[in-house]
Design a protein around this ligand. Structure first.
Ligand code: HEC
Ligand code: HEC
Length: 290
């Protein structure tokens, strides 16, 4: 009991270290595929059909690049100009206008379009969208979900194990982290298989988004996790007392603070550590040669 008490006291510290580690990689990453995953997959697939926005497969063959680069800078601007192609897209999207995406420079737009072009040529793009089968969950799925949750099975894209921050009823052992909400009944809260699957694929809350935007869960991982949470929700019993609003508020503050911290650490890591190391080895190499 004493050890368990101690674990619960210190587990938030581990969680924060985990977020920091994840955050530093997230900030370093500005490769177009990761940017796309974080900012575009909630509305677009490449070859997986329309979501809120059109399927982007072969979009560069439908419309010239100069136009697309301009559109990406300011979708609303294109509408305001009365551009007929833009207005047609808008009508097809039931009048939803694409938001202006933060940080969208012409160079980034170009690199995104190049990436979309390359992904369009693949038999199946990594952005074909979430394809979770409809087959019934099996006890093996639940077992696998537990292994993934506990971190006994590593996440393919390198995200931290859920148990660092979450717990669920019947987890056993030390019971999991407390930084995030208890997930026993989350399957019902988030609206079941399809809705929760989409949520896990692109989490929309601050801490979760921060951690998983550059290390998204794969559909082979999401299915077993859904099976696990389906079983814990079905198990019934007393309420799990998850104060989602409270966690949301805390999560938001934590994410903002960590984002700032991670930025500072990242910057000083490059200036403070990597710079001198590179300099030193360069000097060594040059020195050795001369
Ligand atoms: C909130 C939903 C949403 C997000 C997020 C979003 N888009 Fe869109 N996008 C749309 C909609 C809707 C349209 C159709 C035009 C309109 O109605 O504004 C569109 C149109 C486009 C088009 C033109 C498609 C065509 O057929 O010519 C491109 C290219 C595009 N988006 C790329 C992106 C990229 C790249 C990102 C991420 C940086 C992104 N979008 C993020 C909703 C979104
Ligand atoms: C570093 C801590 C951390 C890790 C690791 C983590 N989460 Fe979370 N999670 C949170 C926090 C904090 C929240 C509360 C909302 C927010 O701030 O994002 C949350 C919210 C959630 C929610 C929404 C809960 C609700 O009631 O709406 C789900 C579902 C979830 N996490 C699933 C997972 C899964 C599955 C994993 C492992 C693959 C995972 N989380 C890993 C911290 C974490």
């Amino acid at each position: 009991m004493m050890i368990q008490w101690l674990f619960h006291r210190i587990s938030p510290v581990f969680s924060i270290i985990t977020i920091l580690a994840a955050g530093t990689t997230a900030i370093q990453a500005q490769d177009p595929a990761e940017f796309f995953r974080a900012n575009c997959t909630s509305c677009h697939t490449i070859g997986g059909g329309r979501l809120t926005g059109p399927d982007l497969k072969n979009v560069t063959q439908k419309k010239d690049r100069a136009w697309l680069v301009q559109f990406l800078q300011s979708p609303q601007g294109m509408m305001d100009k009365g551009d007929p192609y833009a207005l047609q897209l808008k009508a097809e999207a039931r009048d939803v206008v694409m938001p202006t995406i933060n940080g969208m420079t012409p160079a980034l737009a170009e690199s995104l379009l190049t990436m979309i072009e390359a992904e369009s040529k693949l038999p199946k793009s990594q952005f074909a969208g979430l394809q979770i089968s409809d087959r019934p969950f099996t006890p093996q799925d639940v077992e696998q979900g537990k292994e993934i949750f506990m971190g006994h099975r590593r996440l393919a894209n390198g995200g931290p194990p859920c148990v660092t921050c979450h717990t669920f009823r019947g987890i056993g052992g030390f019971g999991g982290g407390r930084l995030g909400p208890d997930l026993s009944k989350v399957y019902e809260r988030l609206g079941g298989r399809k809705a929760m699957g989409a949520w896990l694929f692109a989490p929309a809350t601050p801490t979760m988004n921060f951690i998983f935007k550059s290390s998204a869960l794969k559909s082979e991982e999401i299915l077993p996790l859904l099976a696990l949470f389906n079983s814990t929700a079905k198990a019934g019993g007393e309420d799990d007392h998850a104060d989602t609003a409270g966690f949301f508020a805390t999560g938001f503050v934590v994410a903002v603070v960590l984002l700032l911290l991670a930025g500072a650490i990242w910057r000083s890591r490059f200036r403070g550590v990597r710079g001198p190391i590179v300099d030193a080895s360069a000097r060594k190499v040059l020195g050795g040669r001369s």
